[in-house]
Design a protein around this ligand. Sequence first.
Ligand code: RIB
Ligand code: CA
Length: 327
Amino acid sequence: MTKEKIIIDCDPGIDDTLALMYAIQHPKIDVVAITITEGNSPVELGLKNTFVTLELLNRRNIPVYVGTNEPLERDFVSAQDTHGMDGLGENDFELAEPIIYQEQSAAAFLADYFSKQTDTSIIALGPLTNIARALKANPQLGHNCKRFVSMGGSFKSHGNCSPVAEYNYWCDPHAAQYVFANLGKKIEMVGLDITRKIVFTPNHLEYMKRINPEVADFVGKITGFYFDFHWHYEHIIGCVINDPLALAYFIDKNIASGFDSYTDVVCEGIALGQTVVDQYDFYHKPANSTILTSVDTVLFWNDFMTVLLHAQKSVVAHDLETLGLNS
Ligand code: RIB
Ligand code: CA
């Protein structure tokens, strides 16, 4: 089976970390590189947190490139209130070996890579700062990347850092607006409309403990802080794991569905960072995005838990169904 080649641009980040664990271990995926953007945590912590995952999975061989803590125009505002001051649930994990990252900047690497390669997709799990800078340097990036999936934005769901804005596009709205306007390929937008339906709960963790205690121990450590945040701010028991859904949808398009639309991003004022989805074509502009609006949670949980737990899919599917953990 030919694996799909991807580059993950991310801001680890608790849910980014779950997405990295999922992608790196997935039998259908070849993670050719990881680029770090500012977001949940400053890039230096995102870099360290990436190596926590690479060491856990014994995959320090995946090259890692680093961006800057500078959105295109806004001052950087992290989400360490949500992910912890260390960006990974206040665990301050120790690394066994020194961090080795690539000299070339994330944006320069992406611009160069997509001047030559046409067989690789981009999965963007954070603010689009690196992507926008790379696109400015290489206008062919969108044409040459096979698919572009972005966890970000919101069509009709309420925001998570303002009444209308989702964090990734709020953190760097100018980058998001530039990428939506200039990528030249439909952005497959996995927004809050569907990620809010993916809530990892203490019962999911209890199930993990019974199937793979070692994985459950790490997942439990990084999600504890996230559970507390979600109880305090969204009054739910569990945590919304946005980023793994973007990967799952990339791997199997049947996991989510939606519609094509022209989308723009608000870059000033009270609605800063909002995605304006022109579902009814008021602006008469060509569709630049696919907005995902419904999700098959059973397909998601079966694949995500199977890969993370290194388990047999038929067993996991049966367990999740009988335990009510797949909806
Ligand atoms: O709004 C949720 C998104 O912002 C997720 O990607 C989370 O990791 C943060 O980057
Ligand atoms: Ca993220």
